[in-house]
Design a protein around this ligand. Structure first.
Ligand SMILES: [Zn+2]
Ligand SMILES: [Zn+2]
Length: 257
């Protein structure tokens, strides 16, 4: 760990670098794992996309720094000065607050993503400036999960480092939120549905975003703006349901062989 008496600029530089490496490793681990699964279960799905995938990895590594730097700085400020409402004592809040805090964070992230994402599609200028990079992935792949223009990455990177100053969360629960964000980011861009059809079409599944739902956003652009939940899309009338291609390909994949 970095000694507490390290000059603040050097400490910020070191924690930013360390967290960037962690975010980049997390990206390679999660996307790499699902890329391996895709190659085995849907061979040839990414055929001819190696040029696109190289670009996705380049944008994602820039995004890793943008996500890593504020996260590292806030973590350091908490460790050495106790700033923010992060906590590591399991008894600091009631146990029922642990899952509730995860839901609050996921819903806050989902709400922020829905409205900022919708705004980026509402303005041609903003779309070209900040969001077109993400849509250059046609079709998306496991490596698209963090492929964002730096401006879009900034909008996503600051939310959680700000939230920890307003909404208490246990460090392990924050880890759970970040793990869910990483895995859902990858599987929702994977180009095939990982969840059983029965789940996707269940009463609960119909409120959740999976690959079939987000793929339709990448097909049609002006619908399905959410991140984890279909709540805002449904409330605001922007939900157009699932990608026919993914939903059908799942039915076909049930065929023998
Ligand atoms: Zn996407
Ligand atoms: Zn979009």
């Amino acid at each position: 760990m970095i000694p507490a008496d390290t000059p603040i600029w050097l400490a910020f530089l070191l924690v930013s670098a360390a967290m960037t490496v962690m975010v980049a490793l997390r990206y390679f681990l999660a996307s790499g794992l699902f890329a391996w699964a895709t190659a085995r279960l849907r061979p040839g799905l990414y055929a001819g996309l190696s040029g696109q995938i190289s670009k996705e990895i380049r944008w994602s590594l820039i995004a890793a720094f943008i996500y890593g730097a504020p996260a590292g700085i806030v973590f350091w400020l908490w460790r050495h000065h106790g700033y923010s409402l992060l906590y590591s004592d399991w008894t600091a809040y009631p146990l029922w607050y642990l899952p509730l805090s995860v839901l609050i964070y996921l819903f806050a992230q989902d709400s922020w993503f829905y409205w900022s994402h919708r705004a980026m599609h509402a303005s041609t200028r903003l779309f070209r400036l900040a969001h077109s990079v993400h849509h250059e992935s046609r079709p998306p792949t496991v490596w698209t999960a963090m492929s964002f223009h730096p401006l879009e990455a900034v909008s996503g990177a600051l939310l959680i480092p700000l939230l920890v100053f307003f909404i208490p969360i246990h460090l392990a629960m924050l880890g759970a939120v970040l793990t869910a964000a990483t895995i859902m980011g990858v599987v929702n861009h994977m180009g095939w549905e990982v969840f059983p059809r029965r789940f996707v079409h269940s009463a609960f599944g119909r409120w959740m975003i999976t690959a079939s739902h987000h793929e339709r956003h990448h097909e049609e652009y002006r619908c399905n703006f959410g991140l984890y939940f279909r709540f805002w899309d449904r409330v605001c009338g922007t939900d157009r349901g699932l990608s026919q291609r993914l939903d059908q390909s799942r039915q076909h994949s049930k065929a023998p062989g």
